[in-house]
Ligand binder design. Sequence first.
Ligand code: OMP
Length: 233
Amino acid sequence: MPDNPVIVALDYPTADAALALAGRLDPQLCRVKVGKELFTAAGPALVEALQARGFEVFLDLKFHDIPNTVAGAVRAAAGLGVWMVNVHAGGGRRMLEAAVGALAGSSRPPLLIAVTVLTSMSEEDLRETGCEEPIVERVSRYAALTADCGLDGVVCSAQEAPRLRLERGDDFCLVTPGIRLAGDSAGDQRRVLTPADAIAAGSSYLVIGRSITGADDPLAALERVHRELGTPA
Ligand SMILES: O=C(O)c1cc(=O)[nH]c(=O)n1[C@@H]1O[C@H](COP(=O)(O)O)[C@@H](O)[C@H]1O
């Protein structure tokens, strides 16, 4: 586990709202994630504003397109100086390899991570897409492809982390959303674990949104996560 495994998801509709929450957090205690809603509304300037406040940024745009397009998008993300960026493993080998290739000339490449099966999906949801494999098998297959293409790791649920740790070893990065503090509602998530259980299962990084951003005191919720984990060391 890294010293600081917590990534707070800034799922907000405006830069002002995101910066207000960031102002209540401590960049020593977490990284932040900028996703589709916030980036569409606020763009690269918001990423730069967060970095200027000392936060490392996970740009979560889950690129999923033809190889040439994804390569360009990943290169643009690297140009923003983000710490982590993601693509969908479902884009296949040539897309994943194009994403890796796009970072080849970068002086400070971000961690490149592939999304496997979204944590909002249940076994039934996956079957309905025509995939008869159990989720853990599908995730394992995507993780093997991701590793083979030279990416740094995957986004998965912490429920799949024990299997992936065994199969992919200690250096493969497991980024796990679907994290809830005990007692919090799962909402639209289907494969959920607490922070402590997720780390025990082998997660490298925990992506936590509403359990922190929806709390009356977000900094206190973040500190509660660290108390449960015994971090930072
Ligand atoms: O790539 C992601 O970050 C992601 C992948 C996934 O499978 N599931 C998932 O929830 N996420 C993101 O993680 C965050 C979870 O937010 P909360 O459910 O509020 O904790 C959201 O910003 C999602 O977009």
